[in-house]
Design a protein around this ligand. Structure first.
Ligand code: CAA
Length: 377
């Protein structure tokens, strides 16, 4: 068992850090304050080759794998967590198209996701009445000749107003539960497709989060991703990979907060000499290292083509909870200075909060893990 990163992974991590420091960090606070979508950052991520890291080269991606992706997301998140989630969802959508799409669908979308011709890809599963219980979604896709007619509302959609393609889950057989769900690659310029409410958020304010409204949106049959009825499996598989991305994002935010707290304490002998401060730093450093190992284990299994859903849920659960605790501890080390909106720790604490909620809450991760461990009894 080798716990050291390969030279290629170390080099990629260093490159991602350099891109994050040069292109993302300088304007991250401003974008957060103005709740402004990070266009320049997305272009920089495209130029660095980070927007389609998972899709294979044959599909127009970089084919670098999940370990590489995790390392990059963490570095990006350390500097600008909003850019990291924008990048994560775009990668997740491309990964799903590569896994389930035909060559035409791959050729149509993955290169445009990779080079930011599309600002982003979006993943539209959640609805006002269907969050954690995703299979209870109500959007419908009714077949009419060689087209489907889509109706419904999707909410909390990352980059939904910026996407060049939206992966929409809707029921082709409304009576059939999870097995009645199909997936569609929807062009947001389609008639009847509109962007509703823009969410005002505590954190990740530079990432856009919107409601999408589908009113008699006609989608050609060839835009269905995979066969009818496997949309729920496509969504679940995408989320398994997505959870590695969010675990990685959380690690990055947590480490960023911890590094700021260490620098602050190191400059104040009264703090660095205090056992209560030392223990906060020690606990955060330990749990974040453990989280990173869990994330890399899940990523390694995915890269090896092994089942990884349980490991991805464990990684997401532990990393996001640990990163929240680390950011809170960092703020406590800084005391009142940590409340200053100019300080990166204040933003880290706001940005990290949602990581235990989106792409499956901590409760849902526990459910997935518990089902898996009980199934092995
Ligand atoms: N991979 C492949 N197939 C899977 C799967 C997986 N990980 N998990 C379940 N399935 C399959 C099952 O095998 C089953 O198929 P069969 O009947 O053929 O065996 C089918 O899907 C239904 O499975 P379940 O009975 O387990 O489904 P469930 O209704 O009990 O739900 C759940 C399972 C895990 C709770 C699921 O609903 C879930 O993950 N909920 C959370 C949703 C979520 O994470 N939403 C995030 C929104 S996206 C977001 O936040 C993105 C963003 O923009 C940042």
């Amino acid at each position: 068992m080798d716990l050291e990163l390969s030279p290629a992974h170390q080099a990629l991590q260093a490159r991602a850090r350099a891109v994050a420091e040069a292109e993302l960090r300088p304007r991250a606070a401003e974008h957060d304050r103005l709740a402004r979508f990070p266009e320049a950052q997305v272009r920089a991520l495209a130029k660095a080759g980070f927007l389609q890291m998972l899709a294979p080269t044959s599909a127009g991606g970089a084919g670098l794998g999940s370990v590489a992706y995790s390392l990059v997301i963490s570095e990006i998140a350390k500097a600008c967590p909003s850019s990291a989630v924008t990048m994560a969802v775009t990668n997740m959508v491309g990964d799903a198209i590569a896994a389930f799409g035909n060559q035409t669908q791959q050729d149509q979308h993955i290169p445009k996701l990779a080079d930011a011709t599309y600002w982003a890809g979006s993943f539209a599963l959640s609805e006002p009445g269907a969050g954690s219980d995703a299979a209870s979604l109500k959007a419908t896709a009714i077949k009419k000749g060689d087209r489907y007619v889509l109706n419904g509302n999707k909410c909390w959609i990352t980059s939904g107003d910026r996407a060049g393609v939206v992966l929409v889950m809707a029921k082709t057989d409304p009576a059939a539960g999870a097995k009645g769900i199909s997936a569609f690659l929807v062009d947001p310029n389609s008639r009847g497709f509109s962007v509703g409410r823009h969410e005002e958020k505590l954190g990740l304010r530079a990432s856009s989060t919107v409601t999408l409204v589908l009113e008699d949106v006609e989608v050609p049959e060839e835009c269905r991703l995979g066969p009818e009825g496997i949309g729920f499996k496509i969504a679940m598989r995408a989320l398994d990979g997505g959870r590695i991305g969010i675990g990685s994002q959380a690690c990055g935010v947590g480490y960023g907060a911890l590094e700021a707290a260490i620098a602050y304490a190191a400059a104040r002998p009264d703090l660095s000499g205090s056992q209560s401060i030392q223990w906060k730093l020690a606990d955060a450093a330990t749990t974040l290292d453990a989280a990173r190992l869990l994330v890399l284990r899940a990523a390694t299994k995915k890269d090896l083509g092994l089942p990884f859903a349980r490991e991805a849920s464990m990684a997401k659960l532990f990393a996001t909870e640990s990163a929240n605790q680390a950011a809170l501890a960092a703020m406590e080390v800084l005391g009142a200075d940590g409340l200053d909106p100019q300080h990166p720790v204040e933003r880290a604490l706001r940005d990290v909060r949602v990581t235990t909620i989106y792409e499956g809450t901590s409760e849902i991760q526990r459910l997935v893990i518990a089902r898996s461990v009980l199934a092995s009894a």
